[in-house]
Design a protein around this ligand. Sequence first.
Ligand code: DO4
Ligand code: MG
Length: 283
Amino acid sequence: MKLAKAIHKTSGQVVFGILDEDSITPVANCQSLSELLEQDDVSQFAVDNRSDGACTKLADLRLVAPVDAQEIWAAGVTYTRSKAARMEESEAAASCYDRVYVSDRPELFLKATPHRVVGPDDPIRIRYDATWNVPEPELTLVVNSRKELVGFTIGNDMSSRDIEGDNPLYLPQAKVYNQCCGVGPCITLADAMPGKDEIGIRLIVSRDGKPVFEDSTSVAQMARSFEDLIHWLGRDSDFPDGVFLLTGTGIVPDSSFTLQSDDIVTIEIDGIGSLTNTVVQNK
Ligand code: DO4
Ligand code: MG
């Protein structure tokens, strides 16, 4: 089962519920998508409380990020490609990345608060003071307040490589700013996802109607398990509204590539769908 959140194009009302091919069926007896994600058995609750009479066509809705009040966290250096790219961009700090890749404790950082998140088809930003920017397509874990993995979505961990490469202590500035994180288009509940080894991730960046970067990877390449990442994130840290956790990128374009304004970034993840955003930058 897939769940989604949307705004009605004419009434402006927020709608959340079960996402089908061309409609959303609201779920009654809960006030928000995050409250629905808190149920003991989310899919059973959704089936028992589906309001078929209020089913709305997607044509009348604008999908938004499936986020309410949750913090968005991210893991780093969980694929060898990310380790290699970081070691290349920052010679002085190369050993930090090498060490974190093999350490028990993962790299985890606060990526975004809800107001910095953008949903499907929203603009996504590169900082005006950054010169080397990339999207990072990441499988994203949806975790409830009991620190249970309830589902998956797509995350784009937009990153300013020149800022992080200059000094890893600048990581929060390379990662966290307005519209720095894409999330969506929906949440696929855990029992409906393919196994970890069968989840492919693809990234396509188009410029003036033509692809300028394309690559793919598989979650099978990830060096850590979902359970391990959630366990470390939850150590002495509670999330009363649940939390989203981006699991790191396995795709990093070559060093000659940087995003530009008006580029269109599309991330596809098997079992979830695709998330498309257009890049903006204030000059
Ligand atoms: O260490 C920097 C961040 C790494 C990251 O975001 C990733 O590997 O996806
Ligand atoms: Mg990342």
